[in-house]
Design a protein around this ligand. Sequence first.
Ligand code: G16
Length: 543
Amino acid sequence: MTKKTIETKPYPDQKPGTSGLRKRVKVYQQPNYVENYIQSIFDCLEGFEGKTLVIGGDGRFYNETAIQKAIKIAAANGFGKVLVGQNGLLSTPAASNIIRRYEAFGGLVLSASHNPGGPEGDFGIKYNVANGGPAPERITDAVFQRTQVIEQYQIIEAPDLDLGAIGTQTVGEMSVEVIDPVADYAELMAELFDFDAICDLFSSGFTMTFDALHAVTGPYAHEILENRLGAPAGTVVNGTPSPDFGNGHPDPNLVYCKDMYDALMQPDGPDFGAASDGDGDRNLIIGRGRFVTPSDSLALLAANAHLAPAYSKGIAGIARSMPTSAAADRVAEKRGIEMHETPTGWKFFGNLLDAGRVTICGEESAGTGSDHVREKDGLWAVLLWLNIVAVRKQSVDEIVTEHWAAYGRNYYTRHDYEEVESDVANAIMDDLRGKLDGLPGTQINGAEVSSADDFSYTDPVDGSTAHKQGIRIVFKDGSRVVIRMSGTGTVGATLRVYLERYEPPAGQHDLETQTALAQQIEIAESLSQIRARTGRTSPSVIT
Ligand code: G16
């Protein structure tokens, strides 16, 4: 085993997005592409000599190849130990937990989240810091700068490790421990939730379907839902991770989980349906006859969290990303707890969680989580829902409708225009920015604009700032149109249009969502001309 220094040349496109560096697999397969990026990360870190690095991914195509490289580069750079999930698997929240539980220096999480996998699909690498959360922007910005000038990387020349064998191996002077990817995470969930109450729920005949979408949560869901909580075998479907996600799209939304949605809408359908994404940090929640939007789910989980043992003393505060609906704000207001509005990206919640200012966080993009780790957590959200249903002894539909009757309903939808030409998307955003100052006080399609800006954020804990985080136009009646460009796409640009309108507690709560938001949808088009300028007649995805 010899340590080698290999000469390399920079790639211009290694700028991390909302959540790490996501690219087509074919891009990652270029010579030294992975090596450059990982060496650049290590070059921006200090004080890791002899310390532990956690490595794991969602099992997608190229996962093991990248992990073998990462281990050998970590060894050459002086890490003392790597903890790696068996067969290279660790869900994103499980990786966050392992970093925290074993006090590791940080971790590499290999995933492109909900993006498709396989040789023609996407791959991604994300660096997480010692609190278990995604690296903050000051690190990701430094890593990008480093990728632009990198000239060499260090690697140990050694045979590949056996990632299937639990136990310890060595590479150079570094030890590599292959660990059970599920055990620590399952223990943590058992500490947080009332497993006895959920067991009773299942033994009383409560029926559930959980779609792991052939992605990483399969082994976690089999162990927790079926083995520990007694849900009947077969509750978890598509539970074996596959490199191309069964040739599917591991995005737990109403498009890719349509069959489950249809089953849940039948009067004799299961009581509860849920799904998670490629790397296990997103969730989809559907009760019989009732889809719960991620924004509503955040509000409902925050309002009912005290029913689970971990949160029985109440929660300190709530944080949501700016485009997420304000449903959770109403809960925070009623409870008299802190409420924070951050830019899109879980990394912006880290400081608030570390400082104990918030306990529960969530995003419209199907992510919810708490201070138990520093990532959003798909199965955590599912288990908290089950805990709430078990204690309240009510259906999801009853719980949601009672919540609206108490707090009012924030009608909410997101329209995505995917794979738009980057020039066209940039021009649309620039033109919108140019109009913002003149909008307040004007009428658009019959609605008066009360404020219009491009969202800026100052972190209340460390004072760091983030600008140009999305255009938001707020109307006098409280409704909102938000438009921003996604930071997770890999081809062209994705324009996201977020639409929201509030209906008070005594208002009408049973409208079809797109109908309820028809005025906001037309306002967004009048303002942005997205359909006209992209030549699209409708969004690519409506969630
Ligand atoms: C990532 C981030 C989330 C973000 C989502 C969508 O999630 O961790 O915070 O909300 O992307 O971001 P965008 O709107 O920029 O595409 P994931 O699940 O893809 O890692």
